[in-house]
Design a binder for this molecule. Sequence first.
Ligand SMILES: *Cc1c(COP(=O)(O)O)cnc(C)c1O
Length: 377
Amino acid sequence: MKKSLKESGSRRFDPWLEVDADALRHNVRETSRLAEGRPIVAVVKNNGYGLGTTNVARILDPLSEIAALAVVKADEALELLNAGVKTPVVLMALAPPDAEEELAARGVRLAPVTDDAPERLRRVAARLGRPVAVQIELDSGMGRVGIPVHRALPWLQRLVESGAANVEGTFTTLTADDFEPEQVHHFRKFIEEARAHRLPLGKLHAVSSHGLFFRRDALLDAVRVGLTLYGAYPAGARELGQVDFTPTFRLQARVVRMELLRPGDGVNYRRRYVADRPVWVATVPVGHVDGYSRRAANGCEAVVRGRTYRVIGEVSASHTVLELGEETSVSVGDTVTVVGPDDPAVHPNEVAARAGISVYDVLMHLGAKLPVVVQNA
Ligand SMILES: *Cc1c(COP(=O)(O)O)cnc(C)c1O
């Protein structure tokens, strides 16, 4: 395999991601504490929230707190299998018909969510010579995926009677707003009815990171979280100060250019910043293609040599410019952190707040082509 510049030891300017395995493990322990020891279904969808599906899965795989790894794309389920993870993999989505059997054969837990699932699974189970392990997804009011809870009972009855499914879990997704109590009510009512009919449901789970803080009456048998594992907080939770999550990654690059602007000199497209005095600026070759928000100049800062500097102008596809001041010790080649644990100003939640975007975007929009260096593996 070709070595990247970073691996070959040269001092690359181009952006890269550092993933800190110790921080991820710390966040797993904190999440487990908040879940009062319940098993964690770790969501590693969407390229492992930007950090690389395999990178995060390999770190999570050996941890006793992690009961399953969950994705929403069939290719990501296969990627996890190919990486050799031992933890059960859950595909929280409709499996494509032509991949269903392969996924089931390789042990992926399917979420059968269509009306014809009992018949389909019967065929798959017959070919495999064993029942298919499944997680049942119920739509309790999000109107998106899953079997609508109001008509799920006869469907589950058919599925169970077919003998084709081994129900390991039953779950629903909550809306992260004040509609949640109604959803939890419908979900619980279904559970009671199913139990009255002696239908197996496996482990019950509903809350994601938001519910871990705000829907603690519905922690049930397991929690199904992504965000907190990567060291970020759902909206409104950081302020509670109940737990200490550490950002699991750093988005970094090195300064490529230093220049002393003269009064009247402008920066980047549309010259949103114009110097009003002689001021040093540093150009960093990281931009919105790498996942650093276009809107970062609305108040975001970056860390260089332990100090924070304001992002100015407008973040373009591949460049960010920092205002350093009238004098500076920063030089070409210095490492810059635009998101990470290095300072409260670059914490993913703070970057999201200042840029006016969702914290999910700070993670999931990280460039999939960024080289990743895993530390403390
Ligand atoms: C993404 C996702 C989660 C995890 O959500 P977080 O807010 O990141 O904890 C849980 N369940 C489902 C169905 C999801 O799609």
